[in-house]
Design a protein around this ligand. Structure first.
Ligand code: GDG
Length: 500
């Protein structure tokens, strides 16, 4: 946690000392068996690592799916374990889900219905009835855990699209709970959202919340448009709120940021320099320009489109052969789903084909890495990259763009950014903006980025860094907790004192 992180007093005061209960699909700590011994793995994602210190300081409860194979061996009979393991500061309550439930709720409904719908790829929707049944049951299990754990007047904070139904289940049992949810992926327009057969049930679930947060203004407008078409719902665009079933839900944009100071420190670390010396030597990167892409192997991230633009560049501008190397850090993700398996095969074979086409004895055009890198390794790649290529076909935000910016502690590099990312709303002015499917324009932007004079690069990066530091993950937390307080205070003022 860095200097920008809110203190315990600040968080507690914004929450009026109410208990904080975070609910997410993924857990912040997982226990696994390794050679018969139980080991703990640590938060990996940006969000868990930002929320974990907040939870440690306010001592709340975090409810999540217990996915580690030793998870349930270390909990008490109610599925609770104190974390962090070495000095417990808050409670992690693990929700057990059977393999069948995970199959239907996570790999099925969450990632083969909601994920493609929200990323506007309706052709990939696989809406099997049993996926929906399992999604509902899993949401019920999370909601039951919340009702079992939460003290009086809690603030219950749901994360993401896996949990769209749980807020209404909780509210029905615990009307005293302030329920809020952050939706990390895009919210599509009404026409697209309707591709999901249960779109009305999903909206009803989400409207059990008091506050729904999304990354951008555009997603906020889309959500209100969808709610306006829900029978029985009334939308008030002036206050950006929806009244449904006698209950008002506020909808607000809260653009998520990264822990910018932490990323800057990682990029300055000796461990990052050691990583780079070894990595750069192994792949012959000392005397070439380096372009970088970092993502999960997901069809929304536009990896084949990016490879096509790079191929076009090396094909039509041969001067860049031997001069520019592209490093693709790709993590295998959701490998049980056929669309993901196909993408993995396609990316691997495209990399191989492009390398066969252009490689020389002393130069390989694409360096492809599927290993999970330590944070300092990733920081080294960000720091040394001359270009970061973000070409998502749709992306709720895209934290890689922000991590790259925060890690630029040496000669400033250039961000090439898809206009179809949430991040483009904040960073689009000083990045080189591309459309990921415009191969020719994308190739031009790569070359332009490589040729940008250093004063222009410096000015752009300075402005981008100002933005990323000002809107970091702690500003995101602060804005949400302040909104919670404002809504609660507004309601208290509107409620006549008892007895009158
Ligand atoms: C969803 C939304 C939204 C990747 N490889 C390694 C590694 N990573 C880390 C990156 C970054 C994270 O994974 C990826 O975050 P993104 O934001 O780019 O994308 P999603 O995973 O799709 O996240 C997205 C986000 O939620 C937050 O709301 O921005 O739109 O789709 O933090 O650093 N980290 C390490 N080693 C790796 O090899 N240590």
């Amino acid at each position: 946690m860095t200097g920008n992180a809110p203190t315990t007093e600040q968080v507690s005061s914004l929450l009026d000392d109410r208990d904080l209960v975070v609910v997410s699909n993924r857990e912040p700590y997982s226990h696994e068996y390794e050679d018969g011994e139980v080991t703990v793995s640590r938060p990996a994602g940006g969000l868990t690592s930002a929320l974990d210190p907040v939870m440690q300081s306010v001592g709340g409860t975090w409810i999540a799916w217990g996915s580690g194979d030793a998870d349930h061996a270390v909990t008490d009979e109610d599925g609770r374990v104190g974390v962090p393991p070495e000095s417990p500061a808050y409670t992690l309550r693990r929700v057990p889900l059977s393999d069948e439930r995970v199959e239907g709720y996570y790999y099925g409904y969450s990632n083969q219905v909601l994920w493609p719908v929200c990323h506007l790829d309706t052709a990939k929707v696989n809406a099997r009835d049993e996926f929906w049944q399992q999604y509902r049951e899993a949401n019920r299990a999370f909601a039951d855990a919340v009702c079992g754990e939460a003290g009086d007047d809690p603030v219950v904070w749901f994360q993401d699209y896996h949990l769209a139904l749980a807020p209404r289940f909780v509210k029905a049992n615990r009307p005293d709970a302030f329920c809020m949810q952050f939706w990390h992926i895009p919210w599509p327009s009404r026409d697209v959202f309707r591709a999901c057969p249960q779109y009305e049930r999903l909206l009803e679930g989400l409207l059990g919340n008091d506050l729904v947060g999304v990354h951008t203004d555009a997603y906020c407008r889309n959500f209100l448009d969808c709610a306006a078409a829900l029978p029985g719902a009334t939308v008030d665009r002036a206050t950006r709120s929806v009244v449904y079933d006698g209950h008002r839900t506020f909808v607000r944009p809260f653009p998520l940021g990264v822990d910018a100071e932490h990323h800057r420190d990682l990029a300055r670390s000796d461990a990052a320099s050691r990583f780079w010396r070894e990595f750069g030597d192994r792949h012959g990167l000392a005397d070439v320009a380096v372009a970088l892409g970092v993502e999960r192997l997901d069809y929304t991230k536009g990896i084949p489109e990016r490879l096509a633009a790079l191929e076009r560049l090396w094909e039509t501008r041969p001067a860049w052969r031997g001069e520019l190397t592209y490093v693709q850090k790709a993590s295998v993700s959701r490998g049980e789903i056929p669309a993901y398996q196909r993408l993995q095969e396609r990316v691997r074979s495209e990399v191989e084909r492009i390398n066969d086409r252009f490689a020389t004895d002393d130069w390989q055009p694409v360096v492809y890495v599927e290993d999970h890198l330590p944070q300092t390794g990733l920081a080294a790649l960000y720091r040394e990259a001359d270009l970061c290529l973000v070409s998502a076909l749709r992306d709720g935000m895209n934290l890689v763009a922000k991590e790259f910016i925060a890690s630029q502690v040496q000669d400033p590099g250039v961000l090439v950014l898809s206009e179809l990312t949430g991040a483009s709303e904040e960073l689009g002015e000083e990045a080189l903006t591309i459309h990921p499917r415009d191969t020719h324009g994308f190739a031009d932007a790569i070359e332009r980025g490589l040729r940008l004079p250093s004063d222009d690069r410096g000015r752009r990066m300075c402005e981008l860094q100002r933005q990323v530091h000002a809107s970091d993950v702690y500003a995101w937390l602060d804005a949400q907790f302040r909104t919670v307080r404002a809504i609660r205070r507004g309601r208290q003022r509107a409620t006549p004192p008892r007895g009158r």
